[in-house]
Design a protein around this ligand. Sequence first.
Ligand code: SAH
Ligand code: SF4
Ligand code: F3S
Length: 463
Amino acid sequence: MTEKSNDISALKEAVLKRSEVLGHTLRADVVTFGCQMNERDSEKLKGILKTAGFELTDEEEGADLVLYNTCTVRDNAAQRVYGRLGVLKREKLKNPWLITCLCGCLMQEEGSADEVLRRYPYVDLIFGTQNIARFPGLLLKVISGEEQVLEILKEPAGSHESLPAERKYPFKSGVNIMYGCDNFCSYCIVPFVRGRERSREAAEILKEIESLVRDGVKEVMLLGQNVNSYGKGLPDPVNFAALLREVEKTPGLERIRFMTSHPKDLSDELIEVMASSGKICRHLHLPLQSGSDRILEDMNRHYTKESYLSLVHRLRNAMPELAITTDIIVGYPTETREDVEDTIDVVKRAEFEGAFTFIYSKRAGTKAASLPETRDSGEIGASFDRVLKTVQEVSSERLKRFTGKRMSVLVEGVNERDPKLLSGRLSQNTVVHFPGEASAVGSIVPVRLTACRGFYFLGERQD
Ligand code: SAH
Ligand code: SF4
Ligand code: F3S
C-alpha cells in the first residue's frame, strides 16, 4: 500500500489546478549544492516534480517552484546557500505564487531549519535528508495553503529508491548502494546529517542497474560515503568486492565507478576484483586527509602514513594504469608545519593523479570543533598553497604518462567554450577535449591523447 504522503497522484491534481489558475505549466528549478549523493537525491526530487506535472528548468527567474538541495560539509558550502536565499527573496517579491523549498544536509543540521524559517520567512517548505520520499505529501500541504511547512526526521521515513528519477545524463547514472556514515571522522558533519550507515540489498541494487542499462545507461557510479564497508548489517552477508563481481555481470553495462573508498576498509580482495575486471574504471578516489600519523589518529581515520602508502603501492602494482585521486585537509586544529610536511611527502610518494585540497572548516557538534586552533589563517593559507602547488606539479607530471596513448573516452557533451570540441572522460576519470560531432555524445570512442594540459587532455579521434 502506498503511504499517503508518498502519493504523487494527489499532488498531481493540485499542480494541475494551479497550472489552470496561472494559465501555464508550472516550472520547477532544483539547485544542487553538494556532492554526488546530493546530486542523486536531486534527480529523485526532480523525478517526483516531473511526475507531478512540473516542467523542469535551470532558471530561477520565472520558475513557479525553486528547491535548494543544500550541503554543509564546510562552512563555505553553507554560506553559498544562505547567499542564494537572497536571490529567492527577490523572486518571491516578484512572484508571490512562487513556492520556495529547502532540503538536504544543511537543513538536517541541528538548529539550522528553525533559524532559516525565522530569518527567511518567505521559505515555504523545509525537509531533511531522511524524508525525501515524503516530498510529494509535504509539497501538497504547501500548495493547499499551509504556511512554512517543516519536517526534519532523525530516522529514515519511507524509501525513495523506487521513485522516478530525472537523470542529468541519459548515458550515466549514480546508484546509491548505501546511505549514511558511521565513521565519525573527527572533523566531519556527514554522520550527523546523513544518519547511520545502511546498505541496500544487493538484489535491489542489481535490479536498479539492469533497469538503468535498459534505459541507455553505459556507466554507473556506485555511491556511498564508505563503499568499502558495504554489506555490513545485511541479512545475507555480502561485501563490496562480491557486489562488484555481480554488477560486472550486467549485460550491456560498460563502465563501473564507485565513490568513496575509505583506505581503512579497502581489501586485497577488492584490488583483485578491480584488477581482473573489464568494466571497473581505472580510477580510485582514496581520501588521505593528512599524511601525519598524529593528525590521522586524532581524525579517527584508522590508518597511518605508511599503511596508506603501502596500500597505494599494492594498488599501483596490481593496476599500472590506475589513476588515484584524493582529498586533503589543511589546517586541522593542532596541525603543525611538520604535519604539513608529512602530507606533502605522501603527495610526492603516492604520486596522485589528482587531489582536492580543502582548508579545515569547523563544524558544530563534531569532535574536532572543541580542539584549540593553534595556527592563524595566514599560516594555514601558506601551508595550503604549498600543498596545492605540490599536488599540481605531481599530478600533471603523472598524467603526462598517458600522452600519445589511444584510450577510450565516454563522450559527455559538446565543449561549453568551443562547440567544435567534444568533452568526455577516460576510464581514469580525466577529462579529454577533442574535435567531433555532437552525435557522438553518450558513446565510448577511441581517442589518441595528443597533449596534457595539467589536469586535462587534448586529443583526436582515432577509430
Ligand atoms: N565519505 C568521504 C568524504 C565525504 S566529504 C570519505 O570519507 O572519503 C568530502 C571531503 O570533504 C572529505 O574527504 C574531506 O576531505 C572534506 N571535509 C569533510 N569535512 C571537512 C571539514 N570539516 N573541513 C574541511 N574539509 C572537510
Ligand atoms: Fe565524513 Fe569520515 Fe564518513 Fe567520510 S568517512 S563521510 S569523512 S565521517
Ligand atoms: Fe554531500 Fe554535503 Fe551532505 S558533501 S553528504 S551534500 S554535507
